[in-house]
Every structure is written in C-alpha cells, then in structure tokens.
Ligand binder design. Structure first.
Ligand code: NAD
Length: 459
C-alpha cells in the first residue's frame, strides 16, 4: 500500500508493490510559497535577460548528467510508483536522449518572426511570461516534469515545480540535476499535495502548466480565473479504439493489449474503450485474450514483468469499484476481474458493456479494457464520440483511406491509424473537449510558454 503525508511535515514515499518505505521529503510550508514565488521573480530578471539560445546552452550539459543517472532515476521511479523497471529506466533515457533536440526545437520555435506589408515591418518576439508553476502527476514521474519545465525555462521564465505527492523523490532528483547548471532561484521544487499545489496557483505566478485529472484542472482554472493567469491544462482521457471489419486483427489485438495494460493502465492515452465490428468481434477477442494471458504481472523489478501494481490503494479501489459496478450491471469478465493482493489489479477484459456504465464514461486509469461490438461505422463513431473527453484515439483497418475517414470523424486531439495516437517528432500533445485547454510540445506547444509581442515600424 502506498501512503503519503503520514506526518504533516514529511511526504513519505512507499513502494506500492511491497509497502516498503522508499524515502521522504520535507513538505514545503504553505506559508513559505509566496516568498518562494517572490524569489523566483527576482531570479527571473537575470534569467529572462538572456537569449533563448543562451538559456538552452546553460541547460545543455544536464542531458549527460541525466543520461549518467538514468538507471538510478529509473529505479527510484519504479519504487515510488510501481512502473516496471525497464520502462522506468526507458523514461529516464527518453528524457536524456531527447534533451538536446528538444532544446534546439524550443529555441527555433521561439525565434523572432518577421511579418511585413507594403507599409509596416513587424517583429513577433517571444518574451518570458514571468514565473511559471509546473504541477505534475505521478504516472510519468520524470517525463511530465521534463515536458513542463524545459520549454518554460528556455522561454525565460523562472519555474516552481510541484510534482505529485506520490513521486516527490524522483522529481527532487530531476530538479537537483537541472539545478547543478541553473542560476539559483530559477527552478524551485515545491513539495506537497493539492494544498501546496493550490497555494502555488493562488500565489503571484504568471503561467500554470498543469498535467493531471480533469477535476483538478477545473479547480485550477477556477482559481486562475480572477487573476486571468495563463493556464496550460493537459487532462485525463477515455480513449477509444475502433476496430473495423477489415482490420489486421493480430495488429489490433496487440495494440489493444499493450495500450490498455501498459503502466497498469495508468496512462492518459490508455485504450479504455474498444469498439469492434460485430463480424470480427469473436476473433478479435480470442486474440486479445491470448495476448493478455501472456502478460506477466508482479514485482516491477522482477524478470520479465510487464504489469505492476496500481500506484496506491485509493487508485486500486476506484478501479475495482468500476469493475464491480459494471459486472453488477451485466458486464462479462473475459479476463482478470478477480481480487488480487495488495495494490494489484490483474489485466481485465470486460465485454457486454454499454454507456450506462460508469466504466464506459469516466476515466478508469487502471488495467481494464472494455469491449463493445458495433453494427455500423456510424454507430462506432457515435459511441467513440459519446464522452466529454477527447485526448487520444485509434482506428485500425487495412483500407487506410477508409480508416482515415473514420479517424477524421472522431473528436480527439490525437488520432492514430493502425498505431497509437502519438504523432511524428515536432507534433503537439493535445487534447480537445474536457481533455485539455492549451497544450504543449512541438513548436506550437513551445510558444504557449512565452508571451508573444509585436514591435512594428514604418518602412
Ligand atoms: P491529480 O489531478 O490528482 O494531481 C495532479 C497534480 O495536481 C498533483 O501534483 C497534485 O498534487 C496537484 N493538485 C491536486 N489538487 C490541486 C489543486 N487544487 N491545485 C493545484 N494542484 C493540485 O492527477 P494524478 O492522479 O496525479 O494523475 C492522473 C491524472 O493525470 C489522470 O487523469 C491522467 O489522465 C492525467 N494525465 C494527463 C496527461 C496528459 O498529457 N493529458 C498526462 C499524464 C496524466
């Protein structure tokens, strides 16, 4: 069981796989937060006076340090939140390997843009916003801070990073590495839960970059409203997968299993709803079941384990409650479903589900794939769009043009055809409807961390 904040002044991190204490971090006193924000404003003056390229150069050596520490950071992340070790190390390596390219992309995105007509020449200049609060979740405990902090810093902002209370240790190590190179006060970690997060939002910050649940996103937006503070909100999802009658069922089933059960389903773009053509339903389910049975769940540091525990007991109860309610309402358990020890929930496939069930409407964030058959493509599109969420989606079909037409009709920020929803290098990470407000990554995303200004003169 994972529990934090067992002592008011300490955030204790407990391994969700075995209940062992991983370590603790001192909670940032709420009354200290306005002062830390004031100090960040002071530090931002000098930092903001550098060019984008100079700031990127200050950060550049951190890549090698991250790379050198990837194994240690991965082990810590795995112990704090239960991700299988190779995936946790992979996350650290991903941040390190992409670091230099990311810096270059941000610098290029923030370069001046010249616009002119017959009369006037204008320069669009991307200037710092001031102080940024970066508030992050636990499911990608390195990548989420990394994606929020890097563009904010290169844009010339000072940053206060408030990582999830579940993964403070690894975020603390990440901040320490960047702080080996940054001037004092430019990046300040703030440790705590929603109370410290809220205090930060209410303090004198100019930009709030938040990744987390839809509910918290709404609260942050309300708190940011009176001060008209800029927000970037990357929120939850309820991603659909549509399997058309001509789909390569091996490919579709492999994707479904990987994308429903990766990180024990604790991924914002997990496949949570699967709509499959009634004509291929049985074949698809047979293949899915086979591949699900081949998964190995257990100790995240164990050999060959690809599914770990839920992050904590609260998350487990939420997932189990949704499964139980669906079963009570008529869902059939094809795989999993049975109670497991500790924080574990076994990879579960449910059929005979419908949209009256909470499990088809609200984010589950657990290893559960719900499969519903459809009679027509129109019905599949209607079901896929019957949600307030709109983060990712996927459509599988051999006729790529037809699958593409279906993809166009799905209301999601990112839709993959015969693949996951992640785009090519340089694409933004973006949700529509209640999955996002503002977005990050790619040149368009990087510019959201800066204030664009227009300087014009007569020709
Ligand atoms: P959460 O919303 O509970 O918490 C996220 C962060 O917000 C934590 O650091 C928390 O301490 C802080 N917080 C809580 N209340 C706050 C408040 N009132 N003001 C300011 N900060 C507050 O989410 P979580 O459980 O940590 O993460 C899981 C959620 O994150 C899921 O919904 C998942 O889909 C979403 N997520 C989205 C993306 C994306 O890119 N769209 C990526 C990863 C995770």
């Amino acid at each position: 069981m994972t529990q934090h904040a067992s002592r008011p002044e300490q955030l204790v991190s407990i391994d969700p796989a075995n209940g062992e204490v991983v370590g603790s971090v001192a909670r940032t006193p709420i009354e200290a937060i306005p002062r830390l924000v004031f100090q960040a404003h002071e530090a931002q003056r000098g930092w903001g006076a550098l060019t984008h390229a100079q700031r990127a150069d200050v950060l550049r050596p951190a890549a090698a340090r991250l790379k050198a520490e990837a194994r240690r950071l991965g082990e810590l992340a795995s112990r704090e939140m239960g991700k299988p070790l190779p995936e946790a190390i992979g996350e650290a390596n991903y941040c390190a390997d992409g670091f230099a390219g990311e810096l270059d992309e941000i610098v290029a995105a923030l370069a001046d843009i010249v616009r002119e007509d017959k009369r006037v020449t204008s320069i669009l200049r991307h200037t710092p916003l001031g102080v940024c609060a970066a508030i992050t979740p636990w499911n990608f405990p390195l990548l989420m801070p990394h994606q929020s902090v890097l563009p904010a810093l290169v844009a010339g902002n000072a940053v206060l990073l408030k990582p999830s209370e579940e993964t403070t240790l690894v975020a603390c190590e990440y901040a320490k590495i960047l702080n080996e190179f940054l001037p004092a006060g430019v990046l300040t970690p703030v440790f705590g839960d929603g109370r410290e997060g809220r205090a930060l939002v209410l303090a004198d910050v100019n930009l709030i970059v938040f990744t987390g649940s839809r509910e918290t996103g709404k609260r942050i937006m309300a708190d940011a409203g009176p001060g008209l503070k800029r927000v970037i909100l990357e929120l939850g999802g309820k991603d659909p997968l549509v399997v058309l009658d001509d789909a390569d069922l091996d490919l579709a089933a492999a994707f479904a299993v990987r994308n429903s059960f990766r990180n024990a389903g604790q991924v914002c773009v997990s496949t949570e709803r699967i709509y499959v053509d009634a004509g291929v339903r049985d074949d698809f389910l047979r293949k899915m079941l086979e591949k699900t049975r081949a998964l190995k769940q257990g100790d995240p540091r164990g050999e060959g384990v690809n599914v770990g525990p839920m992050v904590n007991a609260r998350q487990k109860s939420k997932v189990v409650a949704q499964i139980d309610a669906a079963i009570a309402a008529g869902a059939t358990v094809l795989a999993g479903g049975e109670p497991r020890e500790g924080n574990f929930v076994s990879p579960t496939i449910l059929t005979d589900v419908d949209h009256r069930m909470e499990i088809m409407r609200e984010e589950t964030f657990g290893p559960v794939a719900c499969v519903q058959a459809f009679a027509s493509v129109d019905e599949a599109v209607r079901l896929a769009n019957d949600t307030p969420f709109g983060l990712g989606a996927a459509v599988f079909g051999r006729d790529v043009a037809r699958a593409g037409e279906v993809a166009e009709r799905i209301h999601a920020g990112m839709v993959g055809i015969n693949q996951g929803c992640g785009g090519a290098d340089g694409c933004p990470w973006v949700g529509v409807k209640e999955s996002g407000y503002g977005f990050h990554s790619g040149p368009e995303g990087h510019r959201q961390f800066a204030q664009v200004r227009v300087i014009s003169r007569l020709k």
